[in-house]
Design a binder for this molecule. Structure first.
Ligand SMILES: *Cc1c(COP(=O)(O)O)cnc(C)c1O
Length: 489
């Protein structure tokens, strides 16, 4: 059943909100700002509440069930984060307020920077990037500026493994770097011989996701980094998979020069509904002068009587601003609450349980599904979503059938180097009972693929929207519920 839109529910004259009497003088809007006809839906408050509550109940969410969407780290978002982010002193401040009046907010940002430096083993952090992809963009700009600054303008090549997330080549290309794909070897590591052939004085750097998107820790990572550094390149770390490393390995310690975090993945803030995210970027000493403008710092040290005074500094060779103001502050508050709640030992426990859960699922499922890279995984693993002897059942059918059992599908068809990939990331927040139920359902679906493949082709059977035409949804996306013919008038 399709839901009526707010326009279909609208009835002329119905009102859902009343403005208070103005306590300032009314002024006329500048010419051109006022419209004769503003086609807004007219509904009562109750109708609005019912409409959106009904829609929300048709959604799937981590708060409703298991969400093993590989690479996205859909862990539980503790509700204490929401309480913290809604504290009036955080929620009702404005970025243009004088710095003296937002010292608590600056303290929180400063402390978060310090923690992210410590967690990753780095010398400096910017909290400004809006998400991981903008963090990559930031890091690539800093790498480029570093080479220009060192009289190496010809260093424009960036090596990107064939298992990488699509944002890696996209952000590099956006700043004019030449993207060179790097093959993987049969164990899922970077192909060292291929790497050695690709490094020369045109090398700007390498973008490395470790553990990679196969969920595998690169067994030669030290050698990979050594080869890149020896050729004069820098190493960018895509930190989307930090959930596997927290408290176990600091990327800065093994020679990564710059790395983004995805606060909305590793540090638990709600995501998947379009944001906002946050993609802080951490750098070592080499890149410190190039950080975006500006960075939170202590401008006046405190003493026994007075707390320190927080403010901003402007890195001397900064790449400039990336967005308005200082980043997505509400996400920072949530990540701060999450890290504070766990502390150091708690963070390590997260990584250990995330890795344990993934290995548990991998071992339970590898008899039924093909596991192309059969070695200990990190926080996620990738199966093939097809069987050679059942040619018309695809990963897509398995994913859709899982929805009938109240599970969110795993990531599909990524990474590209695995045929019909099903990328499964359980995270540390699931119980053994949930993991076991998922295994049972996956095995049942494999059985159905043999005995009743039509059941899979027609799935999902009991969701509010049945199988969608995904090509049409992508090519003819309609995000406006206002009647099209009205808009075209
Ligand atoms: C999620 C992800 C990104 C992009 O991060 P966003 O925060 O979604 O912009 C990059 N690389 C990998 C491996 C990811 O999983």
């Amino acid at each position: 059943m399709t839901e009526p839109t707010v326009y279909e529910l609208s009835s002329p004259g119905r009102v859902g909100f009343k403005f208070p009497e103005p306590d300032v003088e009314e002024v006329a809007l500048p010419i051109g700002f006022e419209r004769e006809d503003l086609p807004l839906p007219e509904m009562s408050e109750l109708e609005v509440v019912r409409h959106f509550t009904r829609l929300s109940q048709k959604n799937y969410a981590i708060d409703l069930g298991f969400y093993p969407l590989g690479s996205c780290t859909m862990k539980y978002n503790p509700k204490i984060n929401e309480v913290a982010a809604r504290l009036p002193g955080f929620a009702y401040t404005h970025p243009l307020q004088p710095e003296e009046s937002v010292q608590g907010n600056l303290y929180l940002m400063y402390t978060l920077q310090e923690w992210l430096k410590e967690i990753g083993g780095f010398a400096g952090v910017t909290l400004m990037p809006a998400a991981g992809a903008q963090g990559e963009f930031t890091g690539a700009l800093m790498i480029r500026k570093y080479h220009l600054d060192h009289g190496q303008p010809q260093r424009k090549r960036i090596l990107i493994p064939d298992s990488a997330h699509g944002t890696n080549p996209a952000t590099s290309a956006m700043i004019g770097l030449e993207v060179v794909p790097l093959p993987s070897d049969e164990r899922g590591n970077i192909d060292l011989e291929a790497l050695k052939l690709l490094v020369d004085d045109r090398l700007a750097g390498l973008m490395l996701t470790n553990p990679n998107t196969l969920g595998l820790f690169d067994e030669n990572v030290q050698e990979v980094i050594r080869v890149v550094h020896e050729a004069g390149g820098l190493v960018y770390g895509d930190g989307a998979n930090m959930n596997a490393l927290l408290g176990v390995l600091r990327p800065g310690d093994i020679g990564i020069d710059v790395l983004h975090y995805n606060l909305h993945k590793t540090f638990s803030t709600p995501h998947g509904g379009g944001g906002p995210g946050s993609g802080p970027v951490a750098v070592n000493e080499k890149l410190l002068p190039y950080l975006p403008d500006c960075v939170v710092t202590i401008v006046e040290p405190g003493d026994d009587e007075n707390p320190p005074l927080f403010g901003f500094y402007h890195p001397e060779k900064s790449i400039g601003r990336l967005k308005s103001f200082y980043g997505h502050f509400g996400v920072m508050v949530r990540a701060y609450a999450y890290i504070a709640m766990h502390s150091g030992a708690g963070l390590r426990d997260i990584a250990e349980k995330a890795v344990l859960n993934a290995n548990y699922l991998m071992h339970k499922l590898k008899e039924t599904y093909t596991l192309p890279y059969d070695r200990t995984c990190m926080h996620e693993f990738v199966l093939e979503g097809f069987w050679k002897d059942i040619p018309d059942v695809h990963a897509f059918d398995i994913a859709k059938r899982l929805m009938d059992f109240d599970f969110h599908p795993p990531t599909n068809y990524f990474p590209l180097i695995v045929k019909e990939a099903l990328m499964i990331e359980p995270t540390e927040t699931e119980t053994l009972e949930t993991l076991d139920r998922f295994v049972d359902v996956m095995i049942q679906i494999a059985e159905e693929a043999r005995t009743n493949p039509q059941l899979l082709h027609d799935a999902p059977h009991n969701t509010p929207v049945r199988r969608a035409d995904e090509l049409k949804a992508a090519k003819e996306l309609v995000v406006c519920c206002y009647p099209l013919e009205e808009l075209q008038k």
